[in-house]
Design a binder for this molecule. Structure first.
Ligand code: LMR
Length: 365
C-alpha cells in the first residue's frame, strides 16, 4: 500500500493518538500549514516577513471540544476564534478542534493538565466526574424547568462560586454556556416508566445520570460522546439523552427511530483553562482573551435555544424519525420516579449549594 503524504497521514492518525502524541502531531501539522501559507505569500509577491506576519501568529491557543461546529458550543468556539483574531490583529490565533478531532472525553482533561491544549468546554456533567461534585447539581433530573432558572445560577454569584471551585482540580473556570434541555431517544417512545425498563441507555460519565437511568429501570452505559453514534448503530446501546442540536449534528436520526420530548434535564458547559497557561499570559493578552470569550459566550447563550428549536423543526421533517411528546400526567410520573435521585445526591452536591439554587433561582417570582 502506498504511504499517504504527511498532512493526510497526520490527520488520519489524530483520531487514534493519546494526549501527548496527538499534540505533537497537531503541532507538526500546524507548522506544515503555516509553511504552506508562507510559500503562497511569496508566490503572490509578498515579502517574506509580511507573509509570515500575516500567517504566523505570535501565540496559538488551542481549544478542543467534542461536538460539531454547528452546535451552540461549536458556534461559540468559532466566534471566540474570530473575535480574538480581530482584537489581536491576527497576533493571537485560536485553533479550534471540534468533533473530538484532537481529544475526546477520555483524554481531554488530561491534555489540559499536561498543557497539550489550552482551553476546553466540557459539559457540566463531566466536571462533576472530574472531581468537582458541586457541578452534579446541573444533572439532577427535573430540577430546572426553564433556561432562565439555569441562567440565574450560571450568570450570578452561585455560578461564580462554582467556577471558583474548579481551582481544586487545577482548572480556571472562565464562564458558562448553555446547550439546552435533553430529550430521550430510542427505537420506541419513552413516555412511561415502564417504557424504560431493561433498555441500555448511553450516558455521560456522571453518577447522577447513572442513578437517574436506574431509577427509571434502565441500564446506564457510560460512553464517550464521540463513540455514541456507533454504539447506537451497532446496538451496543438502545438509546440516549441529548439536546436536539447534538442529536441532529451527530447524525443520530438514522439510528434512533423515536425522540421523546422529555426536557428532563439540562446540558450546559463551562469554559475552562489551564491555570499555568492563564497565569503566564501577558496581562493585556489575558484581558483580550477574557473579553472575547465573554462576548462569544453572551452571543452563544443568546442563540442556544434557537439552535435547538431549529434542530427540532428539522427532525420533525426528517423521514424515519418520529418526535413524540409527554402528556402532563406522564411528565408528573417520570418526575416522581426520579425524585429519590435528588435526595440521594443532596450530600454529594452539598446542602448549602442546593439550598441557594432552590431559594434564589427556583422559587416562583
Ligand atoms: C455528551 O457527552 O453527551 C455531551 O457532553 C456532549 C457535549 O459536549 O455537548
Amino acid at each position: 500500500m502506498r504511504a499517504l503524504p504527511f498532512p493526510l497521514r497526520t490527520l488520519a492518525r489524530l483520531g487514534r493518538r493519546r494526549a501527548g502524541e496527538r499534540a505533537t502531531e497537531a503541532r507538526a501539522l500546524r507548522q506544515w500549514v503555516s509553511g504552506l501559507w508562507l510559500c503562497a505569500g511569496m508566490v503572490l509577491g509578498l515579502p517574506a516577513e509580511q507573509a509570515r506576519a500575516a500567517t504566523t501568529p505570535e501565540k496559538v491557543v488551542r481549544l478542543s471540544h467534542v461536538v460539531a461546529p454547528e452546535t451552540p458550543k461549536g458556534r461559540m468556539a468559532t466566534r471566540f476564534q474570530e473575535l480574538v483574531a480581530q482584537a489581536s490583529d491576527g497576533r493571537i490565533r485560536v485553533e479550534v478542534y471540534p468533533d473530538s478531532q484532537l481529544y475526546g472525553d477520555d483524554d481531554e482533561m488530561e491534555a489540559l493538565q499536561l498543557g497539550a491544549v489550552e482551553i476546553l468546554a466540557p459539559s457540566l456533567s463531566k466536571l462533576g466526574a472530574a472531581g468537582v461534585p458541586e457541578f452534579d447539581v446541573f444533572d439532577l433530573p427535573f430540577l430546572f424547568d426553564t433556561l432562565s432558572q439555569v441562567r440565574c445560577v450560571t450568570q450570578g454569584p452561585i455560578g461564580q462560586r462554582l467556577l471558583d471551585s474548579l481551582a481544586r482540580q487545577q482548572m480556571v473556570g472562565l464562564g458558562f454556556l448553555d446547550n439546552g434541555f435533553k430529550q430521550m431517544s430510542a427505537q420506541r417512545p419513552l413516555r412511561e416508566v415502564a417504557d424504560f425498563r431493561g433498555l441500555r441507555l448511553r450516558i455521560q460519565s456522571s453518577r447522577v445520570l447513572a442513578a437517574q437511568m436506574k431509577a427509571l429501570g434502565a441500564h446506564p452505559v457510560v460512553l464517550p460522546f464521540g463513540e455514541t453514534r456507533r454504539a447506537l448503530a451497532e446496538g451496543v446501546v438502545d438509546g440516549a439523552e441529548n439536546p436536539l442540536s447534538n442529536f441532529l449534528t451527530q447524525g443520530l436520526a438514522p439510528v434512533q427511530r423515536v425522540i421523546t420530548l422529555t426536557d428532563h434535564g439540562y446540558l450546559g458547559y463551562a469554559v475552562v483553562t489551564n491555570p499555568r497557561f492563564w497565569a503566564r499570559l501577558d496581562p493585556a493578552d489575558r484581558a483580550l482573551l477574557q473579553r472575547a470569550l465573554q462576548q462569544a459566550l453572551a452571543e452563544g447563550n443568546a442563540q442556544a435555544a434557537a439552535l435547538n428549536a431549529q434542530a427540532l423543526a428539522t427532525l420533525k421533517q426528517t423521514a424515519g424519525v418520529r418526535v413524540v411528546g409527554l402528556s402532563a400526567p406522564q411528565r408528573v410520573a417520570l418526575r416522581r420516579a426520579v425524585q429519590p435521585v435528588q435526595a440521594d445526591f443532596a450530600r454529594r452536591v452539598g446542602a448549602p449549594l442546593l439550598r441557594d439554587v432552590t431559594n434564589q433561582c427556583l422559587q416562583p417570582r
